[in-house]
Design a protein around this ligand. Sequence first.
Ligand SMILES: [Zn+2]
Length: 234
Amino acid sequence: MTKHIEPHADGSGSTLNWLRAAVLGANDGITSVASIVVGVAGAIADVRTVVISGVAGLLAGAFSMAAGEYVSVSSQRDTEMALLDKERAELRDMPEAELEELTHIYEDRGLSRATAESVARELTAHDALRAHAEAELKITPGQFTSPWQAAFASFVSFSVGGIIPLVSIILPPEAWRIPATFIAAIAAMAITGALSAWVSGSGYYKVILRVVLWGALAMAITYGIGRAFGVVGL
Ligand SMILES: [Zn+2]
C-alpha cells in the first residue's frame, strides 16, 4: 500500500482535494451532531426531544456546509475564469511578449535558454492558453470543480458523519445513550482522523489525537452545559 500519494496534474490532485473535503465534512458532522445530542440529553431525559434536536442540527449543519462550499467554490471559479480571460486577451494582443514570458518561466525552473525557448514554442503551438494557465497561474483550463457538486458533496459528507451520533443516541437503552454516543463519536473521529492523515501523508498518531481531542472537548463542554441547564431546571 502506498503511504504517500503525490498530488499530480491530471486529476489525482483534485481527487485528493475531494477526499480531504469529504473527510472534513464527515468530521464536522460527527462533532456537531454528537455535541448537540449529548448536550440536549444532558439537560432533558426525553429521547424524542434529543432526536429532534439532533436531526435539526444535522440538517442545519449540512445546509450551512453546502452553502459555504457553494460560495467558496463559485468565487474561486470566478477568480480563475477572470484570470483565464485576461491571459487569453494577452495571448491575442501580445503573443511575442507572452512567448518570452513563458520562456522565462522555464528558464527560472532551470532550463537553458535554448531548451526553454523550444519548450515554450512547442507548448504555445500545442495549446497556448493551457501552457500559460498551467505554468503561470497553476490552473488547468476546463478542470473546474462545479459549485453544485461541491455543495452536494459537503451536504452528503456532513450528513454521513452526523448520522453516527444520531443512531448511537437512539438505539441503546436509556442509561447507555450518552456513553454510547461518546464512544461511537470518538471512534468515528479516530477513523476520519486516520483518513485525513492518510490523505495528507502525515503521521497518524498526531492527526488522530488532534481530531479526537478537539471532538471530545466539544462534546464534553456541551454535555456539561446541558447538565447544568438540566440541574437548574430551565
Ligand atoms: Zn502569459
